[in-house]
Design a protein around this ligand. Structure first.
Ligand SMILES: *Cc1c(COP(=O)(O)O)cnc(C)c1O
Length: 420
């Protein structure tokens, strides 16, 4: 069962709202740090284990500072993400640059920062060499395709990412011939996955390929990067991924494949985003209107601009009506925002306690791919982000957008006057 508890009481959140009007996302620093420590503890026996936090999940420098202090690196995939990592002081091989369809200037910046470059395509070897120069450490992203022969991992042949298996052999041989001596291998074939078996299976698949390529190409691998994709329980009946089960499975596969073939030490990296911060973020919003037509609607002061996942994927996010936790959930509502799109709904046919105008709703699990996915369609502005510190104080780590921000890219000065 999912933990539905909140890191604040109704009284506390009411006090915070007095200083910081809704809507806002609030992140629980203690929750994030405790989770980071649980992950590190569970993986302590995994060779060279390191997590590179996927910046796209929660791109805020305060959060990156927390990641850095927990010993995590940053997984970046664009120039602004590289710059954010740099501003948080995460540089060198604490940066994993896992991009795709990459412009030259991004490779240049990743090289300048000394980041680990994870190539998405075999043609990017020459592209990187010509535009940014070859680094001394190179990593390729593997796409096992449909012929992977692995029933558990399924059919990634529809995914745009990575090298085919043949290209992996060819690419490493090319880099070997260029004189490169440091190698890594990456894959990411699962997303929001709650089953530990799938995660362990990704590791087994990479270990097998490390064995095969080490032997046939005659190179030595320094690390594998298992990607992100560890899921979180969004629904009340789901459970968190047991990190210790995943770690034990990886250790077993490591002994069987890497140690047994004399290929140790091989470091094991991950680049999770969702599992690291997802459960520790909350979108706090106030009920503006109640509407009763063919269905009953709760109209909030937040909208898709603040959280796209329900509208985009039909994703489920738990909703708490503050102060009504103990009341029976016997009213059915669609919980909406004010965007002129009918999929601007945080929940459809959701059973909640009776909601009234002025109620505070807390939408759970917005700590990853929440604020970050927001957009400005319909002139909707993105909210502030707050950090609930371990001592109970609150720091605003991003202010809310203003109309001036929305207009900042427009030119009102040179407006022509057309004859009527
Ligand atoms: C999105 C992404 C991640 C993070 O995924 P989560 O589901 O947040 O763990 C990691 N690596 C790459 C290459 C990604 O595209």
């Amino acid at each position: 069962m999912k933990d539905l508890s909140l890191p604040f009481t109704k009284e506390q959140i009411t006090g915070i709202i007095r200083e910081h009007p809704t809507p806002f996302h609030i992140y629980d620093e203690r929750g994030i740090r405790d989770n980071a420590k649980r992950l590190k503890e569970a993986f302590a026996g995994v060779e060279g284990f390191k997590e590179f936090f996927a910046v796209k999940a929660l791109p805020n420098p305060y959060i990156l500072k927390i990641m850095q202090s927990e010993g995590f690196g940053a997984d970046c995939s664009s120039l602004p993400e590289l710059l954010l990592a740099e501003k948080a002081g995460i540089v060198g091989e604490n940066i994993m640059f896992s991009s795709n369809d990459t412009p030259a200037n991004e490779f240049v910046k990743a090289r300048e920062l000394g980041g680990i470059i994870n190539l998405d395509d075999i043609t990017h070897i020459d592209f990187l060499k010509q535009n940014a120069g070859m680094p001394d450490l190179i990593c390729f992203r593997y796409n096992p395709g449909g012929e992977s022969g692995n029933a558990i991992i399924g059919k990634p042949q529809e995914a745009k990412y990575g090298f085919t298996k043949d290209q992996m052999f060819e690419g490493y041989a090319t880099c070997r011939d260029m004189g490169i001596e440091r190698f890594g291998m990456h894959t990411m074939v699962v997303s929001n996955e709650l089953n530990p078996t799938y995660l362990v299976e990704s590791a087994r698949m990479l270990f097998d390929l490390v064995v095969e390529i080490s032997e046939k190409v005659g190179i030595r691998f320094e690390f594998v990067n298992l990607g992100g994709g560890i899921g979180i329980p969004y629904r009340p009946d789901q459970d968190s991924v047991p990190y210790d089960v995943v770690a034990a499975g990886i250790q077993e596969a490591y002994a069987e494949k890497i140690e047994a073939n004399g290929l140790a030490p091989l470091k094991v990296f991950m680049e999770c985003g969702r599992a690291i911060t997802g459960p520790y973020g909350f979108l706090v919003t106030t009920v503006l209107h109640m509407k009763h037509i063919y269905k009953d609607y709760v109209g909030t002061d937040a909208c898709m601009a603040n959280l796209m996942r329900p509208g985009m994927y039909g994703a489920y996010h738990n909703i708490t009506v503050m102060g009504k936790e103990d009341q029976p959930a016997n009213f059915m509502y669609d919980v909406t925002g004010g965007l002129c799109e009918n999929n601007d709904k945080f929940a459809i046919d959701r059973m909640l306690p009776e909601v009234e105008i002025g109620d505070i709703l807390v939408i759970h699990d917005t700590g990853a791919h929440g604020y970050a996915m927001g957009f400005n369609y319909n002139g909707k502005l993105r909210s502030a982000e707050l950090l609930l510190r371990e001592d109970g104080s609150v720091t605003q780590i991003r202010r809310a957008e203003t109309v001036d921000d929305y207009f900042a890219t427009l030119d009102f000065e040179g407006l022509p006057e057309f004859p009527a």
